[in-house]
Design a protein around this ligand. Sequence first.
Ligand code: CP
Length: 315
Amino acid sequence: MRHLLSTASLSRDDATALLDDAERFEQALAGREVRKLPTLRGRTVMTVFYENSTRTRVSFEVAGKWMSADVINVSASSSSASKGESLRDTVKTLHAAGADALIVRHPASGAAHQIAAWTAETDGSGPSVINAGDGTHEHPTQALLDALTLRQRLGSLDGRRVVIVGDVLHSRVARSNAFLLSTLGADVTLVAPPTLLPTGVEQWPVNISTSLDAELPAADAVMMLRVQAERMNGGFFPSSREYAVRYGLSEKRMKALSDDAVVLHPGPMLRGMEIGYSVADSPRAAVLEQVRNGVHVRMAVLFRLLVGTDEGEIS
Ligand code: CP
């Protein structure tokens, strides 16, 4: 594997191997006073973020540092992108400066694919590209960490009913999860207002519902999505009040879930609208497990792209 751009193109074997490697990294680090493995010593990893982030950028930085890579963080606002430099010139510059991997977040859907194409223009020795979120398209490492969290909580994804709720239209998390969780054997249902479903969703490997209350009793997991107001050009329909009433996972609504059902949210959360204040902190919510798993999943992805499967031990 040279790049990680989407989950739609990830096979079940590849996805399972990445989740297994993530758990191997977790075990290799467990109980260590010094969380440092030599796996990527001498490698240079660059995060290149044109959109804000807390979880993804920090966990990639932690993952790289725990594997002894040199990690450089580039943000659009403090780079020459703010002076008008093109994305292509920025990518070529970071390649020339020694990047072995570019971890890219960008508001344009397809940006990561385009960057991967540019890195191949020279002699094929360009950096690996990891899609850390491209517009409303994909966020593959988020889906991998979600799948790992569900596998740990539920034992297996085979036949499990996962309900993904909310602003599917703008959610790269929803798309990446719809494909990955289906590949791993889950039965995925999207619950959203019709105004927040994307064109072409009928082609996704999912069921579609408009009633959260109808889906909750049989769900093994509920994944609440962030409402992405910044992509709505000032308009939001339904209103936030109506959205909370019909699609929010309130304390009252949570009681319809079975005892073992898991609640996920990729963050950042809008408590009180997408998810009840105490629901997010309840034992069935796995929000902070998702964040912890994010570090190990990103270690596994960096390992797979920069070392390969057969060539190296993780430590
Ligand atoms: N889940 C997620 O991508 O969060 P950040 O925007 O904080 O990285």
